[in-house]
Design a binder for this molecule. Structure first.
Ligand code: ADP
Ligand code: MG
Length: 254
């Protein structure tokens, strides 16, 4: 990372559950156009931090800006509309909808035809056409196009991860946050997911991802942030993190 150009800047983000402080991040920056890994033992607060930043959970304290815009306090849909999207550790594909329906639900402008007057319907149809086209392109990219009319519930675990990524891209975000995209995925599909992640970075998007496999993390990350007991305990380039005793201790102590 030559010159700092943060796309996301968060300060004083805290969240407790009862007596447990799950997240207590004094400062976090994600640099534009990087693949940044968020790592740490189970229970470190990684998913909670994702939930907070993307408006799926409420902070006790803290503020953050994305592309210079204040996002704290906004709900998930509005955060996504600002260009920051995330996937879930446990995939959220709607199993009783088709793959295509899942994609279209994530499209921008999901106002629904009902509430539009007859006058606006042609505009909406034009939007729907564009959404469908974009969905097909993304499904093609993630090798899911042949499955577009199948129920999402019939996909393998790995294919659901791909569908989640494809779906997140429907709003053409500038940053995508992936919570354990590789977990429970077979090795061949891991390679394919890694290729997708680097391709997104190479297209100029910013990627923040949670992962446990150290080889994967070291192999594709530009920057690594280490979380333990809700706090950032270290960050740096992969080579720095690999040599950091505190990080090794945090993992061995997990
Ligand atoms: P990670 O993703 O790093 O494994 P999590 O963010 O899922 O960690 O969890 C951090 C801590 O917060 C854990 O101790 C977890 O049990 C707790 N936690 C997370 N969500 C909730 C919740 N909704 N209610 C109570 N405790 C929670
Ligand atoms: Mg988690």
């Amino acid at each position: 990372v030559a010159k700092p150009d943060p796309i996301l800047v968060a300060t004083g983000v805290r969240r407790s559950f009862g007596g447990l402080t799950a997240v207590d991040v004094a400062h976090l920056e994600v640099q534009r156009g990087t693949i940044t890994a968020l790592i740490g033992p189970n229970g470190a607060g990684k998913s909670t931090l994702f939930n907070l930043l993307t408006g799926f959970d409420r902070v006790d304290a803290g503020r953050w800006t994305f592309e210079g815009r204040k996002l704290n306090g906004l709900g998930g849909h509005r955060v996504a509309r600002n260009g920051m999207v995330r996937t879930f550790q446990l995939t959220k594909a709607l199993t009783r909808l088709t793959v295509m329906e899942n994609m279209l639900l994530a499209a921008p402008g999901q106002t629904g035809e009902r509430i539009l007057g007859a006058f606006l319907r042609p505009v909406w149809r034009g939007q729907e056409e564009a959404n469908r086209e974009r969905a097909e392109q993304l499904l093609e990219r993630f090798k899911l196009l042949a499955k577009k009319d199948e129920m999402a519930g019939s996909l393998s675990g790995g294919q659901r991860k791909l569908l989640e990524m494809a779906r997140a891209l429907m709003v053409d975000p500038s940053m995508i946050m992936l919570d354990e995209p590789m977990a429970g995925v077979n090795p061949a599909l891991v390679q394919s997911l890694l290729g997708h992640i680097t391709a997104l970075r190479d297209e100029g998007k910013t990627v923040l991802f949670v992962e446990h496999d150290m080889d994967v993390i070291m192999g594709i990350s530009d920057w690594i942030v280490v979380l333990a007991e809700g706090k950032v305990i270290a960050e740096g380039r992969p080579s720095d993190i690999r040599a950091n005793q505190q990080v090794i201790d945090a993992y061995l102590g997990a």
